[in-house]
Design a protein around this ligand. Structure first.
Ligand SMILES: [Zn+2]
Length: 337
């Protein structure tokens, strides 16, 4: 009896660990905008049709955040759709297509950029219209700042105050126009630091990045990952694999800070090895294959062979799931040099 109970408990925990959501980032929906941040209307339609035909469940970010906050199991095979930077083509081109499918989605906007009318952006009337149609409107900082670190000549305290004002002013403006106040911040450029995560937590916000990876019940709520879905990532074959990813059950991040202090940085993670084989864990820095070193049964460390370039880079670690055929565990660590 006890054995049977253990077996059922193991199966249940495997099933739970093999549940994950993914969040996708789009920017432009157009054929005459920079390809790297664009999908065409046909490509967007193709993505949505694929989700529908393959029984993926598109949920609102509010539903996902509520599941994560309550510690409820994340709905399996669920997808959250997001658009950053409030381009006008989100209203003119993407919105009607998403409405046709009845899919919820979120736009992350920088109110200061909209106020200034910087480029082909949504105006406030369009934002209000989208909000009235059920679109979730959330925070992308006031002026799309690089947020992770103080500027030259700025003290830590000044930086902190400037970031706090940016986050709160953007949130207030969104609430003023739409009545929505979610307290979700998508970091501009996906750039964050441990210090910024601390501020976001103190302000009662959720932090959302641009590093890839699946979302599960152990995902840290100040660095929720998203997969890019535009440009070279718009290809359905590539995207389809990312939709079938799972979140490693990470128990200790060993204080990892994306703003690196040593180059190359070392990533050290402790995780539950329950639905993948240790020797099938693979890590990459760009196209470079890295050799993870297992320090004990549940902890590995990994470093690139050479110094990282200036700016943003990543380590990606993946392992095939044992219980869910065709699915991969996926974790991405962003770095800022
Ligand atoms: Zn942005």
């Amino acid at each position: 009896m006890k054995k049977l109970f253990c077996f059922v408990a193991l199966l249940l925990s495997l099933t739970l660990s093999a549940q994950a959501a993914v969040m996708l980032i789009y920017h432009h929906v157009a054929s005459d905008t920079p390809r790297v941040s664009s999908v065409t209307a046909e490509e967007l339609r193709g993505h949505l049709q694929y989700f529908k035909d393959n029984n993926f469940q598109v949920i609102g970010l509010d539903v996902l955040i509520s599941q994560l906050r309550k510690g409820e199991p994340v709905a399996p095979d669920s997808i959250v759709i997001t658009f950053d930077d409030s381009y006008e083509n989100n209203f003119t081109t993407a919105h009607p297509i998403l409405q046709e499918f009845g899919y919820p989605y979120t736009i992350f906007i920088s109110p200061g950029s909209i106020d200034k009318g910087d480029g082909p952006l949504l105006n406030w009337q369009q934002v209000k219209q989208m909000s009235d149609d059920g679109v979730l409107v959330a925070n992308h900082a006031m002026r799309h700042e690089h947020m992770a670190r103080p500027e030259a000549g700025e003290s830590q305290a000044q930086w902190r105050e400037r970031m706090k004002q940016s986050i709160l002013a953007a949130e207030d403006k969104i609430e003023q126009v739409t009545g929505q106040r979610h307290q979700w911040l998508a970091y501009p450029y996906g750039e964050y630091s441990s210090e910024l995560e601390q501020l976001v937590t103190e302000l009662g916000f959720i932090g959302i990045g641009q590093q890839s990876g699946a979302i599960g019940n152990h995902t840290v709520l100040t660095r929720i990952p998203r997969y890019p879905a535009a440009g070279q990532y718009a290809d359905l074959k590539d995207l389809a694999q990312k939709l079938r990813t799972l979140a490693f059950n990470i128990t200790d991040y060993h204080g990892v800070n994306p703003v690196i202090s040593a180059n190359p940085p070392q990533l050290k993670l402790s995780l539950k090895v329950e639905d993948f084989n240790r020797n099938q864990l693979q890590c990459f820095a760009g196209s470079e294959v890295l050799q993870p070193q297992w320090l004990d049964d549940n902890t590995f460390s990994v470093s690139a062979g050479k110094a990282l370039n200036r700016g943003r880079s990543r380590y990606n670690c993946t392992a095939p799931s044992l219980s869910k055929k065709g699915y991969f565990y996926w974790y991405s660590q962003p770095w800022l040099n």
